[in-house]
Design a protein around this ligand. Structure first.
Ligand code: UDP
Length: 231
């Protein structure tokens, strides 16, 4: 297969069908713009499994995604999208950059889900945008932003309630979207690399913060998360 793109966490390959590409999840974990990097055997497979489960759940609840089908332990077939160069973050609890930038304690519950936008650029370290900036710079239209925000809030509702039933708090997460023909699809991955997931009782993280801040065995956290959501 011809490699179309390689990122920090995945490779994308062309297929015979111009509308479909293969996503292969890598075993590497990276943090802080790739400064911290380590390989974890089996991580790619777990991330593929988690993305498959959560995208299927979202599709069942009316969110349109790029997911088509699982191909192998670490590969899935997806619709080939024209990716929007922005990341949509939804936050239910304070953590990460919002806690750091605003001097907040970690773990404060917000009165409503906060939506943040970032420009995808490793070079510029993913600077924060707002609606006007994103539209004025030509990344999206206001109508498209409405679609992204509505979809992101729906994803938050569906995932938060599903996970809470499994004893997990969805503190925040990042989504990426792409254009496919005339529609906008939820694309990329939904994994503990792109979400903050805390044990409901102990607030222990299951996600990549284990790796970012040396809070425990990364694979063990992902495995535990997978066990909880498949029980
Ligand atoms: N996130 C991500 N990719 C990025 C930046 C953030 O997947 O390039 C996720 C991150 O894992 C967290 C959420 O988005 O679940 C919010 O991240 P935040 O803005 O707090 O940034 P961080 O401190 O994680 O860099």
């Amino acid at each position: 297969m011809e490699l179309l793109y390689e990122g920090k966490g995945k490779q994308v390959f062309l297929t015979d069908d111009p509308d479909l590409v293969v996503f292969r999840f890598k075993d590497e974990a990276t943090a802080f713009d790739g400064v911290k990097k380590e390989s974890f055997g089996g991580k790619g497979e777990m991330c593929a499994t988690i993305t498959e489960i959560l995208m299927n759940l979202l599709e069942k609840n009316g969110v349109r995604t790029h997911f088509v089908k699982r191909l192998s332990n670490n590969e899935m077939l997806v619709k080939r999208c024209f990716m929007l160069p922005i990341e949509v973050v939804v936050r239910n609890y304070s953590a990460g950059s919002i806690a750091k930038n605003l001097g907040l304690k970690k773990g404060i519950k917000f009165p409503f889900p906060i939506k943040d936008l970032f420009y995808k650029s490793d070079e510029l370290h993913d600077p924060m945008l707002n609606d006007d900036r994103a539209v004025a710079l030509g990344f999206v239209t206001f109508d498209e932003l409405d679609v992204l925000y509505n979809s992101a809030l729906k994803v938050n509702e569906v995932l938060s309630s599903f996970l809470l039933e499994k004893g997990i708090i969805l503190a925040d997460f990042k989504l990426e979207f792409g254009k496919f023909k005339d529609s906008i699809l939820l694309a990329d991955e939904i994994t503990p690399d792109s979400m903050r997931l805390w044990d409901k009782d102990t607030l222990e993280p299951f996600d990549k913060d284990r790796f970012r801040f040396d809070l425990g065995d990364l694979l063990a956290g992902y495995r535990l998360f997978l066990e909880k959501i498949t029980k």
